[in-house]
Write a protein that binds this ligand. Structure first.
Ligand SMILES: NC(=O)c1ccc[n+]([C@@H]2O[C@H](COP(=O)([O-])OP(=O)(O)OC[C@H]3O[C@@H](n4cnc5c(N)ncnc54)[C@H](OP(=O)(O)O)[C@@H]3O)[C@@H](O)[C@H]2O)c1
Length: 255
C-alpha cells in the first residue's frame, strides 16, 4: 500500500516549486510543465526564472525563501491566479563544505536559515491554505546527508536530518486531512551545490535523472523518494550500524 495517493497524471495540477532557478528544482519544473501541470517557479534570481523555457501558462514568482513576507505575497498571487495550489515543492537550499575548524557564525546562521527556517516559513503559509482546500501535497527535499553525520556537511546535514524528522511529523498530522507528504532524498546530483565538493561523488546523477526519479516516486505514492537506490540503500544500511562501527567502515578521520 503506498503511503500517499499516487500522482501520475499531471494535467491541470497546480504545482509551486520553490528553488526552481537551477538544479533539481529547475528540471522538475521543466518536466512537470511538459507533462501538462500548471507550474509556478520561485527563487531569488528573477531574471533566471524569466529565462526558463516553460509554457505560457507558467507563473514566475521571485521570492527570498528566508523572508517571511515574501511567502504570503507569492501565495496570494498564486491563489488569485489559480484559486489554489495542489503540489508545493520546497527545493531551496545552500551547501558549503565546512569542517569544524572552519566554523563561522554568520555562515552557519545563513545556511540554517535557508535550509531549515525557510521550510517552516513556507509551511506556515501553505499548510493553512491546503487545510482550507482539504487537499494538496507537500514535497520536502532533504538529503541522505541527514541520515547520519558526514564530514564536510556541518552546515547542511543537521538541517536535512531535521527535514526528515519534520516530514514524518507532517505525514502523521496531515494524512487524514487529505494532504499527502513526500520526503525526497536524492544521492549526489551534478548541480551548483555539489560543484563545491572536492571529492569523487559516488553514483553521481544528472538533474534530469533526479527529476525523473522524483516524478516516478510521486506516481508510486512513496513517502520517501530516495535514489539512486544502489547508493541510498547502502547508506540506509550504514545508518543502522552503531556510530563506532560505521565510522570505522567508512574510514572517517579528520583531514
Ligand atoms: N545536488 C545534490 O547532490 C543534492 C543531493 C541531495 C539533496 N539535494 C537537495 O536538492 C535541493 C536542490 O538542490 P540543487 O542541488 O538542485 O541545488 P541548486 O542548483 O543550487 O538549487 C538550489 C535552488 O535554491 C534556490 N535558493 C537558494 N536560496 C534561496 C532563497 N533564500 N530563496 C529562494 N530560493 C533560494 C536557488 O535559487 P536562487 O539562487 O536563484 O535563489 C536554486 O534555485 C536542495 O534542497 C538540496 O539540498 C541536492
Amino acid at each position: 500500500m503506498p503511503m500517499n495517493p499516487p500522482l501520475a497524471d499531471w494535467r491541470g495540477q497546480r504545482v509551486w516549486i520553490v528553488g526552481a532557478s537551477s538544479g533539481i528544482g529547475r528540471e522538475l519544473a521543466l518536466q512537470l510543465d511538459a507533462a501538462g501541470a500548471l507550474v509556478a517557479v520561485s527563487a531569488r534570481r528573477a531574471a533566471v526564472l524569466d529565462s526558463l523555457p516553460l509554457s505560457d501558462a507558467a507563473l514566475r514568482l521571485p521570492l527570498d525563501a528566508c523572508a517571511e513576507g515574501d511567502w504570503g505575497r507569492a501565495l496570494a498571487t498564486l491563489r488569485s491566479a489559480w484559486g489554489g495550489v495542489d503540489v508545493w515543492v520546497h527545493c531551496a537550499a545552500d551547501y558549503q563544505p565546512t569542517r569544524a575548524w572552519q566554523l563561522d557564525a554568520p555562515a552557519s546562521v545563513a545556511a540554517l536559515r535557508v535550509n531549515l527556517e525557510s521550510v517552516y516559513l513556507g509551511l506556515a503559509a501553505i499548510v493553512p491554505a491546503l487545510l482550507a482546500q482539504g487537499s494538496g501535497r507537500l514535497v520536502l527535499v532533504a538529503s541522505p546527508a541527514g541520515y547520519f553525520g558526514m564530514p564536510e556537511a556541518l552546515n547542511y546535514g543537521p538541517h536535512k536530518a531535521a527535514i526528515i524528522n519534520l516530514a514524518e511529523i507532517l505525514h502523521y498530522d496531515l494524512r487524514d486531512k487529505g494532504i499527502a507528504v513526500h520526503l525526497v532524498c536524492p544521492g549526489f546530483v551534478a548541480t551548483r551545490l555539489t560543484e563545491r565538493n572536492d571529492f569523487a561523488m559516488p553514483a553521481l546523477q544528472t538533474p534530469q535523472a533526479a527529476a525523473r526519479a522524483i516524478v516516478r516516486g510521486l506516481a508510486r505514492g512513496e513517502f520517501e523518494i530516495h535514489f539512486p537506490r544502489r547508493f541510498t540503500l547502502w547508506l540506509k544500511c550504514l545508518r543502522l550500524l552503531p556510530f563506532a562501527l560505521r565510522r570505522r567502515l567508512l574510514g572517517l578521520t579528520g583531514r
